[in-house]
Design a protein around this ligand. Structure first.
Ligand SMILES: NC(=O)c1ccc[n+]([C@@H]2O[C@H](COP(=O)([O-])OP(=O)(O)OC[C@H]3O[C@@H](n4cnc5c(N)ncnc54)[C@H](OP(=O)(O)O)[C@@H]3O)[C@@H](O)[C@H]2O)c1
Length: 236
């Protein structure tokens, strides 16, 4: 049986990943949500699959919430095989972290914190469980917008946050404290979610199916790599 923790699992790519793993079977999933009482679809799925999915409260920007989530997970398992840092934000509309002329340190900082600092702190908090896992894998759901070689204009905060997330993954992959854990970063595709919008290229199911195939196939040879949802390697 595989033991998996997915952050931001109440909607979008995170929820689609939960559904893929449940469908595959022989799993125990810790599906985290910032506000579990509002996670209607996730709670319904957890009820349908009693004992397979545990919904855990986790706001990745709140260290007390991270600590409480670790305690809740420790109450049910002493190891994790897969940790998926999926929770993230993309500033929309008039958010001041997007365009030059409107940037404030506070707005940019919030995006960078949410998309890269917090996933690193979550990884740190769960590493003792991950290190006891079977073929342990730490997966960052990042973005092609964090690729330095691809570049692109605008969306300063988001691009910076995902480049930073990628560097966190790369650094974790060579940390002796993480020995034995395969760490990768990924681009999930342009996905039809609240974040990606309805014109996006692929459905959450297509993204999650691809990501699960990538994650299933990970071995220590993949440590420190950057993959697309379709299994191809992404340029840094
Ligand atoms: N969609 C795309 O086209 C696309 C492309 C490239 C990369 N990505 C990446 O893929 C991941 C998933 O994106 P998505 O499209 O599924 O986004 P989404 O539909 O907007 O869902 C985002 C998820 O992250 C959670 N979240 C946000 N801030 C959080 C916090 N502080 N603590 C805990 N959870 C938090 C949300 O929880 P709430 O419901 O509580 O807000 C929600 O569950 C993100 O990391 C995103 O950057 C997406």
């Amino acid at each position: 049986m595989e033991t998996i923790l997915i952050t931001g699992a109440n909607r979008g790519v995170g929820f689609a990943l939960v559904k893929q793993y449940v469908q595959a079977g022989d799993v125990k999933i810790f599906a985290t949500a910032r506000t579990p009482e509002n996670a209607t679809e996730l709670n319904a799925l957890a009820e349908q699959h009693d004992g397979v999915i545990t919904v855990v409260q986790l706001d990745i920007n709140d260290e007390a919430s991270i600590d409480a989530s670790v305690k809740a997970v420790e109450g049910e398992t002493d190891s994790l095989d897969i940790l998926i840092n999926n929770a993230g934000i993309f500033p929309k509309g008039d958010d001041k972290s997007n365009s030059l002329g409107n940037l404030t340190a506070e707005d940019v900082g919030h995006v960078v914190t949410t998309n890269s600092v917090s996933p690193l702190i979550v990884s740190q908090a769960y590493r003792h469980l991950l290190k006891k896992g079977n073929n342990p894998r730490l997966v960052m759901i990042s973005s092609q917008m964090g690729s330095l070689s691809l570049g692109g204009s605008g969306s300063y905060a988001y691009r910076m946050s995902k480049a930073s997330m990628n560097m966190a993954a790369k650094t974790l992959s060579v940390d002796s404290d993480m020995a034995g854990v395969t760490v990768v970063t990924t681009h999930p595709g342009w996905v039809q979610t609240d974040m990606g919008g309805s014109n996006a290229a692929i459905t959450p199911t297509e993204s999650a199916t691809g990501l699960k195939t990538v994650i299933d196939g990970l071995t220590s040879d993949d440590n420190g790599k950057f993959y697309r949802w379709d299994g191809s390697e992404h340029a840094w």
